[in-house]
Design a protein around this ligand. Structure first.
Ligand code: 5GP
Length: 115
């Protein structure tokens, strides 16, 4: 059995996480090093390593993640003010954790282009 990723350990309650949303397919919790007043990570419970390695069979799961963003934004109260969804992929993308995650950033004016 491959070692669990840090996000699988949060999903399995082996390490703590400030969880704001959960269903049978995904988990959303606060980033431990927030880059904005609101910084959430939305992760599939099933391991998809990164968006650049997603398979056609992951289509429904990826669609589920994308449509859950609206629910979470409304629940957490930043839907109207706006927010950003980011997926880092690989070395140049700044990916550190090899378990697909959507960063959801909100709570301040975000700059563009990103660094
Ligand atoms: P990446 O750079 O891979 O796109 O983002 C990984 C994110 O996971 C980073 O923003 C980092 O702060 C966050 N992170 C890493 N370890 C933990 C952890 O143990 N708990 C939480 N809540 N976030 C983590």
């Amino acid at each position: 059995m491959p070692e669990k990723t840090i996000f699988q350990k949060i999903a399995d309650r082996e390490i703590p996480g400030e969880i704001v949303y959960e269903d049978e397919q995904c988990l959303c919790f606060r980033d431990i090093r927030a880059q904005a007043p609101v910084h959430l990570l939305l992760v599939p419970k099933k391991l998809v390593v990164r968006i650049g390695e997603a398979e056609p069979a992951d289509q429904d799961l990826l669609g589920h993640l994308m449509t859950r963003v609206r629910h979470i934004a409304e629940q957490e109260g930043f839907a109207d003010a706006g927010f950003r969804v980011v997926i880092n992929n690989g070395s140049h993308g700044g990916e550190a954790v090899p378990h697909l995650h959507l960063h959801i950033l909100a709570g301040r004016q975000l700059g563009w282009p990103p660094g």
